[in-house]
Design a protein. Structure first.
Length: 228
């Protein structure tokens, strides 16, 4: 085989691997530790339907991992999230149908994962800190932060806020300017773009890219390919 052919075969195999891995998702911590509402009873749509994520009680310093491959679009302090919130945009490669907070179908090629109340260092006085920045590409399982302490996390005792928005950054900004990675609905209709991570991630894990449905079959426990 010539060098040129080897090159194109390698590119092809890399492309196939990338597409498959693009839908290999995991929870941000060990499955047994991910208990929605274990902090303050704040599960998805708790607080009278206002809470747009899942709050997980976790100890300070716990590593938080990217749920899947994607591009970091926010990595900075933010009001309500404390010293660090990370938002990752995941490109699924094509459009898929999901169930939103209202129980309706949302068709999107992109997901946004939102990680609140974290920090860059394991220990506050460490010299080493994570050096991620907006625009960086991360892979499933990369550590993107550590659970922050109660004095610096922006909202009570140690916990993770995990949110999933069913859109790209650009669409989220259009629909919700200034608050597009919000943690609460606050009397708006933005909940229609959100879904619980504890439902979305296992669906992708269980079905896999080879087994996605060709059409939506009204079963909230499956993710299905959208028919144009």
């Amino acid at each position: 085989m010539t060098g040129k052919k080897v090159f194109f075969v390698a590119i092809y195999l890399f492309s196939v691997m990338y597409c498959v891995n693009g839908l290999a998702f995991q929870l941000p911590v060990n499955d047994k530790l991910y208990v929605p509402g274990s902090y303050g009873g704040r599960s998805f749509l708790a607080a009278g339907g206002d809470h747009l994520g899942e709050d997980i009680a976790l100890p300070e310093k716990m590593p938080i991992k990217a749920i899947g491959n994607g591009k970091i679009v926010v990595y900075r302090p933010s009001s309500g999230y404390g010293e660090l919130v990370c938002v990752i945009e995941h490109d699924l490669g094509e459009e898929y149908a999901f169930i939103n907070g209202k129980g309706d179908i949302v068709v999107t090629r992109y997901l946004l994962s939102i990680y609140g109340h974290i920090r860059k260092k394991i220990n506050r006085n460490d010299k080493y800190e994570l050096t991620w920045k907006e625009g960086d590409f991360v892979y499933e399982g990369n550590i993107i932060g550590y659970i922050n302490d109660d004095a610096h996390n922006g909202d009570g005792a140690e916990h993770l806020h995990m949110g999933i928005r069913l859109s790209s950054k650009s669409i989220a900004e259009q629909h919700d300017p200034g608050h597009w990675f919000r943690g609460y609905n606050n009397g708006t209709s933005q909940y229609i773009d959100f879904a619980p991570a504890s439902k979305i991630i296992p669906i992708i894990q269980q079905r896999g890219i080879q087994n996605l449905c060709r059409k939506y079959d009204n079963n909230p426990n499956v993710i299905c390919r959208h028919q144009k």
